[in-house]
Design a protein around this ligand. Structure first.
Ligand SMILES: Cc1ncc(COP(=O)(O)O)c(C=O)c1O
Length: 392
């Protein structure tokens, strides 16, 4: 039977890594891989994580099973950052469970929506490619609309049109901040319009917060999520700690549900638990335990926030330099300055992207997505000059 299975296309980004590794040019630039890099091109383990891991090794006295909900102290320690310190559970209406990364969070949120009767979900495109893959795998009907305009700003008209066309009971998937792949986020004024519009239409928001703190700060990046939750009766929130704690391969994430009536919360979460049992049984413990240790320790929390600040500041500097360059050939780099997070799209043709690779040793996704953190003060001028050369 297994010979019925057809070859699936290789992951384009992984193929790009191989090509980059094989390139002998010393000044090659990798803008493909989606991890943070320092000005020296490294992706180090956070010092706060190293300290927390040491503490974990010294104090952990059992590896016994925790259960499908994972480390609930981790889940709860994160809540003030996501939902606000004043009332993180919104009067007992929000609780969650640990998941294997933000991917597990998105998967479980979408599966919960499906189980609750959602059949159709709306999403701005382009989006993180795994969104569409997960939704299709769950049998949800995906309706798409343009996330942004060719000028590099949010396409609010397209979103308004989608909300108008949606039916009550549909879900709407929105990136909380640092949109992947465009870096184009909703402004506060946009969220102020979106939140009541979702409520008025009776849509279930599925909010994906995978990069909190990488845009403008932990509080600032939570604006959209909090604004929507303040308005709607119920919502699902997927969260990743893999970027803002640098835990990528350790798979640290969570899913939260906000219900209309606190009395409904246990039933909703019990469905999350049974879905998790059937999928991965329980999430990996180590990374979430390290994050929990940080969040329960004032000094380690301060150290982590400081490290996050350094990452964000560096990416803002890169963006400011790109914006300052303005026009590079036929490409206007100015909008990248106001965008957020690890990614942006440079509007180049497929041919120009291939020329960047062959003539300049610059590797980026075929979509034009670049990892902002792949640029440093040492290689950014080369990048700008190369974009100008291939697009002249
Ligand atoms: C928008 C978005 N959501 C979720 C995720 C999942 O992150 P994780 O690595 O924690 O599974 C990513 C990762 O790239 C992402 O870009």
């Amino acid at each position: 039977m297994l010979d019925q299975l057809e070859q699936q296309p290789a992951d384009a980004l992984l193929a790009l890594i191989k090509l980059h590794n094989a390139d002998p040019r010393a000044d090659k630039i990798d803008l493909g891989v989606g991890v943070y890099r320092t000005g020296q091109g490294d992706t180090p383990v956070f010092a706060a994580i190293k300290a927390a891991e040491q503490k974990l090794i010294d104090t952990q006295d059992s590896k016994a099973y925790l259960g499908p909900e994972g480390d609930m102290e981790f889940v709860h320690a994160l809540m003030p950052y996501v939902f606000g310190a004043a009332d993180p559970s919104m009067g007992g209406r929000i609780d969650g469970m640990q998941t294997p990364g933000g991917t597990g969070g998105v998967r479980l949120a979408a599966a919960l929506a499906r189980k609750a009767g959602v059949q159709r979900i709306w999403m701005g495109v382009p989006s993180w490619p795994n969104h569409a893959q997960i939704l299709a795998d769950l049998g949800l009907e995906l309706k798409t609309f343009a996330h942004s305009t060719p000028q590099g700003v949010v396409d609010m008209d397209a979103l308004r049109g989608a909300i108008a066309a949606a039916e009550p009971g549909d879900a709407m998937l929105l990136h909380g901040c640092c949109h992947n792949p465009t870096g184009i986020d909703y402004s506060h004024a946009d969220w102020d319009e979106i939140a009541p519009a979702l409520k008025a239409k009776g849509l279930l928001p599925l909010l994906d917060l995978a990069y909190q703190g990488l845009g403008f700060g932990m509080e600032e990046d939570a604006y959209g999520v909090r604004r929507v939750l303040a308005e709607v009766p119920e919502a699902l929130i997927a969260y990743s700690c893999d970027k803002n704690f640098g835990m990528y391969r350790d798979r640290v994430g969570a899913v939260y549900a906000m219900v209309a009536d606190p009395a409904q919360l246990n039933a909703v979460l019990s469905n999350g638990h049974s879905l998790a049992r059937a999928a991965w049984s329980m999430p990996p413990d180590h990374g979430a335990a390290a994050v929990r240790i940080i969040l329960q320790d004032k000094a380690l929390t301060a150290l982590w926030l400081d490290e996050l600040d350094t990452m964000r500041t560096r990416m803002r500097q890169v963006r400011a330099r790109l914006a300052e360059a303005g026009q590079a050939g036929s490409v206007n780099l100015s909008p990248l300055g106001g965008q957020s997070g690890l990614f942006s799209i440079v509007p180049l043709t497929g041919e120009q992207i291939l020329k960047l690779r062959s003539d300049h040793g610059i590797y980026m996704a075929g979509s034009g997505r670049i990892n902002i953190a792949g640029l440093t003060m040492g290689n950014i001028d080369k990048f700008i000059a190369a974009v100008a050369a291939v697009s002249a």
